[in-house]
Design a protein around this ligand. Structure first.
Ligand code: PAF
Length: 295
């Protein structure tokens, strides 16, 4: 299978490196990372250590069997337009936040699959990605139900040793992931702490409140997500990724735009009743973004 990974950041590079062990992979990203991968290959360090030899480019190839989209949610529109000229059999989003698949499907002429990914990764230097935690990719039809394309992608991930589950309830899975991200990302970014800081005390209460609000909005929209499940999933991810710096914390530390609009901002926009915790987290992160833009 030829996989084009659109977005050679930390997660895209890690998945691209793992997939390159069994498939032809083209990483599409920016220099200097792309230049370094072209010159010396991609070094994966940490949980597993190996050198992968994917192709790397700043432009999208003309054809591929699968486009794996791993850009920040704010860049999904650009990704969709760039991929529109590529002849594809399927596209899979493994991005944080909601609404990415619909943006991709509006431009692409192939099945667009939804995915969630809990693998931990960090870009250490151009050409080097740290594999910081083994996780799971869950993927399937974006509206739920069976999908031949999802089965084929699941098999391709298995062949590369990536833990992958093909699910027929992706709408629920996406809301579950949204609850976890709404609970963890903004709080860790604002407090500048690792995920494990939300395991007890005020951090735990804040995360649980944000997760419960998200579950309530999911139920308002017909998704069966209980408060208890949203909180227990959050607590599990906090435990499993205690030493990780969340993606939003990494964005804040490196001065990049965050995914607040597609996470807590999405919960606020979809809520029928007030969601004060998500509202406050959204306002504080937007305040930080305005300060960054003004500098
Ligand atoms: O965005 C992130 O950082 C990750 O999705 C998660 C699960 C919160 C772990 O850090």
């Amino acid at each position: 299978m030829h996989v084009v990974v659109f977005g050679a950041g930390s997660l895209g590079s890690l998945l691209g490196g793992l997939l390159a062990r069994a498939h032809e992979v083209t990483l599409v990203g920016r220099d200097p990372h792309v230049k370094a991968v072209r010159r010396d290959g991609l070094d994966v360090v940490g949980v597993e250590e190996f050198r992968a030899e994917p192709a790397a480019d700043t432009a999208v190839p003309a054809t591929a069997d699968l486009a794996l989209v791993a850009v920040k949610s704010g860049d999904t529109g650009d990704a969709a337009r760039a991929l529109a000229d590529c002849e594809l059999a399927a596209c899979l989003s493994v991005q944080n936040g909601m609404g990415n698949e619909a943006t991709l499907a509006a431009e692409l002429d192939c099945p667009v699959l939804a995915g969630t990914c809990s693998y931990g990764a960090r870009l250490d230097a151009p050409g080097t990605v740290a594999f910081t935690g083994r996780g799971e990719v869950v993927l399937g039809a974006r509206d739920g139900g069976p999908s031949t394309a999802a089965d084929e992608v699941g098999e391709a991930f298995d062949a590369a040793g990536i833990e992958a589950t093909v699910a027929t309830d992706m709408p629920t899975r996406l809301w579950e992931k949204l609850a976890v991200n709404a609970a963890i990302n903004a709080a860790t970014a604002l407090a500048r702490v690792e995920n494990g800081a939300l395991a007890d005390g005020p951090g735990r209460e804040l995360a649980a409140d944000a997760a419960r609000e998200t579950a309530r909005v999911a139920r308002e929209r017909g998704v069966a997500l209980t408060d208890e499940r949203a909180v227990s999933l959050t607590e599990r991810v906090v435990r499993d990724t205690a030493a990780n710096r969340s993606s939003m914390l990494q964005d804040v530390e490196t001065g990049r735009p965050t995914e607040i609009d597609a996470i807590n901002g999405y919960v606020v926009e979809r809520a029928a009743e007030p969601v004060p915790v998500n509202e406050t987290l959204t306002r504080l992160v937007r305040l930080w973004e305005r300060g960054r833009d003004a500098r």
